[in-house]
Design a protein around this ligand. Structure first.
Ligand code: GDP
Ligand code: MG
Length: 458
């Protein structure tokens, strides 16, 4: 079938912004769940995808605009751990996300990671809108749960309205300094040239209907809609590998375009080369639940993009998160698919220090590994890396790291980012004198490593 505006896939949206601006809370608010309070230090370090069906969006935006035409089947929202992972999540060479929400705290304005996110969005040419969050923190704010923002503003005192205007003006100026024109969305006459700002509260829900409706209507505009035309060419990215009771090893993927079927032959990237297997089951969580939350699953014969999907199949335990999944069609070439699947991995392998001296690093996804390598390479950090791995730290990883004991003791170290260490590996490391540093925030690894080197030198 030819791509057409009558057959659209769901847009994929990333939430970005400085830490603590309310990215997770905003998703919680849309979903009416509470993921945020279950997280390590409140910081999102794993990637989650949530599918919001159009019916749900309609329900949420009824008060704002009853007769809105929703042509996309829904919205798939990805809550990224931070800008690094977003930058490194790819789907066949292009970015995984179609559009983004940049969250800014109205009380803080633009912060360092806001600027970094902005630069990434510019680099990737990703369209985005700004959620100006935490409006409920304006002094004297009168709560109107889930209220459309214009209606809500009218009910605020003059003081609140004035503080709001002043802060918005200030933030528009800050964006101007970054070379960007921005305007409150309901005053924005030139969407496309001028970025829209939607004031929100993730706690009481004001402005959230506006955010949802704007996202959907915007993706349906002439200039954007082509991107969301459904195509049969499969575009799919592996997010996570998980062992689930009763299912065995599963992979969580984002299907960006195309259709996946039960029994499809697929190829994914593995540490030891391409993995060729068959899809045993295609599962989705119930709509509105997040992929990373446990629960029962819905089985499918086939699934159409865009969706977050759990796949079961033999051999998937060696798949590498953050890489593309390929389907070998009836007339497809298996060797081509294998080669394509290994491309991302080869590019990461090329970053390892050629001298053979350096620490070992281990991370949960190819994206987080890339982010960690990038960080360790930066001039301010500058820690050489001799080996990499993805997934939990096992005994074999300790043995690999122990090679450095003879050369440079401080490099006989494993920097473990957001991964588990098996008890056997931990015991062996103690025995051999290999240091394992564990953290789920990248820069904490650096602090720990610095402290360890100082300790050795004493
Ligand atoms: P993230 O790091 O961007 O994902 O931020 P979180 O969603 O974890 O939120 C950080 C903190 O800000 C938490 O304590 C939230 O409860 C709080 N928060 C988030 N959104 C709002 C909001 O709209 N209003 C208020 N008052 N607090 C918020
Ligand atoms: Mg978060």
């Amino acid at each position: 079938s030819k791509p057409s505006a009558d057959n659209l896939r769901s847009p994929i949206c990333c939430i970005m912004g400085h830490v603590d601006t309310g990215k997770t809370k905003l998703l919680d608010c849309i979903r009416r769940t509470n993921v945020q309070e279950g997280e390590a230090g409140g910081i999102t370090q794993q990637i989650g995808a949530t599918y919001f069906p159009a019916e749900n969006i309609r329900e949420r935006t009824k008060e704002l605009k009853e007769d809105a035409t929703l042509r996309v089947p829904g919205l798939l929202v990805i809550d990224t751990p931070g800008h690094e992972s977003f930058a490194n999540l790819r789907s066949r060479g292009s970015g995984l996300c179609d559009i983004a929400i940049l969250v800014v705290d109205i009380m803080h304005g633009l912060e360092p990671q806001t600027i970094e996110s902005l630069n990434l969005l510019k680099m990737r040419n990703t369209n985005f809108i700004i959620a100006l969050n935490k409006v409920d923190r304006l002094y004297g704010w009168k709560t109107c749960p889930d209220g459309p923002i214009v209606k809500t503003m009218k009910q605020q005192s003059n003081d609140v309205q004035n503080e709001f205007k002043m802060r918005v003006k200030d933030i528009i100026n800050q964006f101007q300094m970054e070379g960007l024109n921005t305007e409150l969305y309901y005053k924005n006459k030139k969407m496309g040239e001028t970025l829209s700002i939607v004031p929100t509260s993730a706690i009481s829900g004001e402005g959230v209907p506006d955010l949802l409706l704007l996202l959907v209507l915007w993706t349906q505009q002439k200039t954007m809609v082509e991107r969301f035309m459904f195509s049969n060419r499969v575009q799919c990215t592996v997010l996570e590998i998980k062992v689930i009771e009763g299912l065995g090893t599963t992979i969580d993927v984002v299907l960006v375009n195309g259709v996946l079927h039960e029994k499809d032959q697929i190829v994914v990237c593995g540490m030891q080369g391409p993995i060729v297997t068959t899809i045993r089951a295609l599962l989705t969580p119930h709509p509105m639940k997040e992929l990373r939350i446990k629960g029962s699953y819905v089985h499918h014969k086939e699934i159409k993009a865009a969706q977050g999907i759990k796949i079961t199949g033999q051999g998937l335990e060696h798949a590498i998160p953050g890489t593309a999944l390929y389907v070998v069609g009836p007339d497809g070439d298996l060797d081509d698919a294998k080669e394509a699947a290994m491309e991302d991995m080869n590019s990461v392998m090329s970053r390892i220090d050629k001298s053979g001296e350096g620490v070992c690093v281990q991370a949960s996804t190819l994206g987080s590994l890339e982010a960690l390598l990038e960080f360790l390479k930066s001039p301010a950090v500058n820690i050489p890396v001799s080996g990499i791995s993805i997934g939990p730290v096992h005994k074999k990883d300790v043995v690999k790291a122990s090679v450095m004991l003879e050369k440079r003791k401080e490099y006989a170290t494993i920097l473990a980012f957001d991964v588990k260490v098996t008890p056997e590996a931990s015991a062996l490391a103690d025995e051999m004198g290999v240091k394992i540093l564990i953290a789920d925030i990248i820069y904490h690894l650096f602090d720990q490593f610095k402290a360890y080197i100082d300790h050795i030198k004493e």
